[in-house]
Design a protein around this ligand. Structure first.
Ligand SMILES: O=C(O)C(=O)C[C@]1(C(=O)O)C=C[C@@H](O)C=C1
Length: 381
């Protein structure tokens, strides 16, 4: 058996040779970039890349072809990246981000006219209060109406729930994102405590109907299962549920809603914090029609449609990896009227002004079918 140290010495020597060749390859890339500057040829050449990958796989032979293909892709990834940097080429998305950064306002507004779904007391309203010091709130019946109000300029901002730590993403909101034009300018995270609310004097033992929003029902599923005989009614939001209980002439109904709703609708809290997991948080997005990047924006959201081929998502992820950009959320939603085609939402952790973010914006279109930049923002905790 060979000595480990001796094998490692051989590996080090091989790595040295590979690195020398890598540097040589990268200086060829620089020459190619100059050629492309003079001729106006695009940096990305899909046919050439396909041939290179095939050649590498064939040459590596059985058992190694996959590794060789991945290695060749990574080499070309680095080559493309260096070429983009050298040429200082700016994609439409990178230009948009640069322009927004150049006209950055000094701070996030304290007062605003804001749209949210539901009625007074809904968690969205609590999120608006977390995001703005003083907000005039316009309530709409649906999430779609909130997007439309922002899109049409009726309000400057809209606030929508996007994900919950217990029940997951608010799929409906993600689906609507595909249909509307908007930007995310801030997000916030709110601790959510659901309470069992009923009319004064009502006993928990007599409750036979519970009203609440689907998300709250999911977050309290174990609690609801402790009621021996109860029917669950889904409402548009939790505050609506509280209002229905207050207006009902029955004496066996209760709502799962915020404690604020008890005061608002003259109800009593029969039981506090009844969600299954005490660590229950919801993230809300503050959207606006215009792209504004406020100071401190260190998170961005991208909507990406990948090619329908093996490794398509991997190539996008490799871009983040190559630029050392951390991914904090990845969500996929089916694209309507297309069979098993998906839209991916990525939240990335990277200051909007960082050079690697500019590089990302410049090079994403090479590895995906389409992408939309939804904005860069700060998350308020
Ligand atoms: O051959 C080219 O046109 C290059 O730009 C070089 C290279 C490579 O590194 O091999 C890089 C990018 C292209 O997409 C194809 C190939």
């Amino acid at each position: 058996m060979s000595d480990l140290l001796e094998i490692r010495n051989r590996i080090d020597a091989i790595d040295g040779q590979i690195l020398d060749l890598f540097k040589e390859r990268m200086s060829c890339a620089a020459e190619v970039a100059e050629y492309k500057r003079d001729t106006g040829k695009p940096v990305y050449d899909a046919a050439r890349e396909r041939d290179n990958i095939q050649r590498a796989a064939d040459r590596a032979g059985a058992g190694l072809e996959h590794y060789a293909a991945v290695l060749e892709s990574l080499l070309m990834e680095a080559s493309r990246d260096a070429q983009y940097r050298r040429l200082g080429k700016s994609s439409a998305a990178a230009t948009t981000v640069a322009a927004a950064l150049a006209s950055q306002p000094p701070y996030f507004p304290e007062r605003a006219f804001v749209a949210c779904q539901g009625v007074e007391g809904a968690y969205q309203q609590l999120a608006v209060d977390r995001l703005f010091k003083r907000a005039n709130i316009a309530y709409f019946e649906t999430f779609d109406a909130v997007f439309s109000a922002v899109e049409r300029g009726i309000v400057k901002f809209g606030v929508l729930p996007i994900e919950n730590s217990t029940a997951g993403s608010v799929n409906h909101v993600f689906d609507l994102m595909m249909q509307h034009d908007f930007h995310i300018v801030r997000t916030c995270r709110l601790k959510i405590d659901h309470n069992l609310l009923a009319k004064p004097g009502q006993r928990k033992e007599d409750v036979h109907i519970i009203y609440s929003h689907q998300q709250a029902i999911s977050q309290c599923a174990d609690y609801i299962s402790t009621f021996p005989d109860v029917r669950v009614h889904v409402t548009e939001n939790t505050a609506m549920a509280a209002r229905m209980v207050a207006e009902s002439d029955r004496d066996d109904v209760a709502a799962l809603a915020s404690a604020a709703c008890a005061d608002l609708y003259g109800l009593e809290v029969l039981e506090r914090s009844v969600q299954d997991l005490q660590n229950n948080y919801t993230r809300f997005a503050c959207i606006s029609r215009d792209l504004t990047i406020y100071p401190g924006a260190d998170r961005s959201t991208l909507m990406i449609e990948t090619k329908h081929e093996p490794g398509a998502l991997y190539k996008v992820l490799a871009r983040f990896y190559a630029l050392d950009i951390n991914l904090v959320k990845l969500e996929s939603r089916p694209i309507p009227e297309r069979e098993f085609d998906f839209m991916f939402y990525f939240d990335v952790d990277c200051p909007a002004a960082a050079p690697e973010f500019q590089t990302l914006m410049n090079s994403l279109s090479d590895v995906c079918e389409e992408f939309r930049y939804l904005g860069s923002y700060t998350e308020v905790l």
